[in-house]
Design a binder for this molecule. Structure first.
Ligand SMILES: Nc1ncnc2c1ncn2[C@@H]1O[C@H](COP(=O)(O)OP(=O)(O)OP(=O)(O)O)[C@@H](O)[C@H]1O
Ligand SMILES: [Mg+2]
Length: 305
């Protein structure tokens, strides 16, 4: 495991008789975005709290940027940015003051801190609201301030719990860009989310948890190589069906979004498309139905509801 990343083995944490984390293994290397996905109540927030030093595990071995979050909490906090799923702060503080609390905590020199705060307020488009109390912010604006707060001290490890929730479409696209840039800059980023289609475009790897256990670790490139459903739509439905029949390619019911066909690999998908076009089918759309991560997730968590 690289120096600046996260490694967690056999992490366990119970609240009374509720076992939130049973046996979690998670690696989040530096320079990559690791998605943390799982059903409601599967332990994602609990795990992120452990990594952020805010909750002690009952058992297990955890290293965040090389340090133990229990015995070396201060060192971990100095290197970790944490964005909780719900932004909490005193509503009377202004956006700028909220960020200043963090720069003061980390004893950043004033001039550098102010420059950093200005940059981040610009990054999350809160410059106009910089000196307004946070209680006037909308939910999405609070989320964006929460993201800025997590990044103020330029942490090596970034933990984001449902960062996209409440964000409008443009802010979501921007969040994706910010998260990718963090990984490119060599940070270890962990993002929990239920919006799997978004993670497809943001994450390099996915750790899937259910009932407090790690049940799968996937790299998104691998997942893309698996068989999946594709959707094909043609201007002329009859010629599409005729061509699929003639070539013995099974297909599902049709609707205005086209027909679904099962295809084993991207190479085969290219062959099918080529064949349809050379048969003269006026194909207007040909694309995977649903994201790769969504498919894997649904298959893995199917029997756990
Ligand atoms: N402070 C607490 N006291 C008691 N039980 C808790 C506490 N925090 C979490 N739990 C329980 O631990 C389990 C895991 O909760 P957690 O919040 O980690 O799930 P999650 O995966 O983040 O869910 P979601 O997708 O809904 O955010 C749940 O059964 C929850 O009820
Ligand atoms: Mg949660």
């Amino acid at each position: 495991m690289s120096e600046g990343g996260i490694s967690a083995r056999g992490v366990r944490r119970a609240f009374g008789n509720v076992v939130a984390l049973q046996h979690i293994d998670l690696d989040a290397p530096a320079g990559a975005v690791t998605a943390l996905v799982g059903p409601n109540g599967s332990g994602k927030t609990t795990l992120l709290l452990v990594l952020a030093t805010l909750l002690a595990p009952d058992a297990g071995h955890v290293r965040v940027a090389g340090f133990d979050p229990v015995r070396q909490a201060r060192a971990v906090r100095a290197r970790t940015g944490w964005m909780p799923d719900v932004f909490g702060t005193w509503g009377t503080l202004t956006c700028r003051e909220v960020l200043r609390v963090v720069t003061d905590t980390h004893r950043m020199p004033r001039a550098r801190a102010e420059a950093r705060i200005d940059d981040l307020l610009g990054l999350v488009h809160l410059d106009d609201l910089a000196d307004r109390p946070t209680q006037v912010l909308s939910r999405g604006q609070k989320q964006r301030l929460g993201l800025a707060r997590a990044l103020v001290h330029d942490p090596q490890v970034v933990l984001l719990d449902e960062p996209a929730s409440g964000l409008d479409p443009r802010s979501r696209v921007e969040l994706r860009g910010i998260v990718r840039d963090l990984a490119t800059a060599g940070k270890a980023v962990v993002v929990s989310s239920h919006v799997l289609s978004e993670l497809d475009e943001m994450a390099d790897r996915a750790v899937i948890v259910a009932e407090g256990c790690t049940i799968a670790v996937e790299t998104l490139d691998e997942v893309a190589e698996r068989p999946r459903t594709w959707r094909v739509r043609a201007l002329d439905e009859q010629s599409l069906v005729a061509a699929l029949d003639a070539r013995g390619i099974p297909y599902g019911e049709g609707d205005r979004y086209g027909r679904e066909i099962e295809i084993a690999s991207d190479v085969e998908a290219a062959e099918v498309l080529n064949a349809l076009v050379s048969d003269g089918v006026p194909v207007v759309a040909f694309h995977p139905a649903g994201g790769v991560l969504e498919r894997t997730y649904l298959a893995l968590t199917e029997d756990r509801r």
